[in-house]
Design a protein around this ligand. Structure first.
Ligand SMILES: NC(=O)c1ccc[n+]([C@@H]2O[C@H](COP(=O)([O-])OP(=O)(O)OC[C@H]3O[C@@H](n4cnc5c(N)ncnc54)[C@H](OP(=O)(O)O)[C@@H]3O)[C@@H](O)[C@H]2O)c1
Length: 188
């Protein structure tokens, strides 16, 4: 399956806006090291761009600051921080989950939570789609994906990553859909 078809496999029950998680983890659930990704894997970056372009990307302040030349282009960028004086060029700054929900509720696009740990934790009951990449190696680092309860999700597509001279680590892309979809906007 190629990347284009890979992205088009969600059930027709999913209606925008809905939350997704988009992340890559190693064999131990590691996602970050010293403010950066633990690995160099251009295939995963391309996949990230394909999944998120045209949508909304929602991230913690440290993830925003890890992006070279932010904001992420062709996406609405939302950054969460406690700092009321924080400004982020080309991004919307929010200070709570309620701020985020209020801002996105009428946006007719996928709402991608792209990390880090506390953002994934914050939206764990709201997410309907998981874009998970597993890098089948063990890296050094300091930031981990929270444990997700995969029994609430089903795999709807998988795709092997291509290992080559630029992409040295074996990796695999998964898409999961929540078995019983949730509507986070109805709770509020
Ligand atoms: N592998 C992947 O897919 C992936 C994805 C994303 C990130 N990463 C990596 O993960 C690391 C960054 O993630 P992280 O978990 O350390 O940090 P993060 O979640 O990106 O940012 C944490 C910051 O978000 C703000 N924040 C969090 N919860 C908040 C709340 N309830 N209210 C207001 N503000 C809140 C705070 O900002 P203030 O301190 O400004 O108040 C907090 O310090 C980097 O190494 C990055 O490369 C990897």
């Amino acid at each position: 399956m190629d990347e284009k078809n890979f992205e088009n496999c969600l059930s027709n029950k999913i209606r925008t806006p809905y939350f997704t998680f988009v992340w890559a983890e190693d064999k131990n659930g590691l996602i970050g090291n010293d403010g950066q990704l633990p690995w160099h894997l251009p295939n995963e970056m391309k996949h990230f761009v394909n999944v998120t372009t045209g949508g909304v990307v929602i991230m913690g302040r440290k993830t925003y600051e890890s992006i070279p030349n932010p904001p992420l282009k062709n996406r609405i960028n939302i950054v969460l921080t406690n700092n009321k004086d924080y400004t982020a060029d080309g991004a919307i700054v929010c200070h709570s989950k309620e701020d985020i929900l209020d801002y996105v509720k009428d946006i007719d696009k996928p709402l991608h939570i792209i990390g880090g740990t506390s953002l994934f934790d914050m939206f764990v009951d709201d997410v309907n789609v998981l874009y998970r990449t597993v890098v089948y190696e063990e890296f050094e680092g300091d930031t981990f994906m929270p444990k997700l309860n995969y029994k609430y999700f089903q795999v709807v597509e998988t795709m092997d990553g291509i290992v080559d001279e630029e992409n040295l680590y074996s990796h695999e892309f998964f898409i999961y859909e929540r078995k019983k979809l949730v509507n986070p906007f109805e709770k509020n």
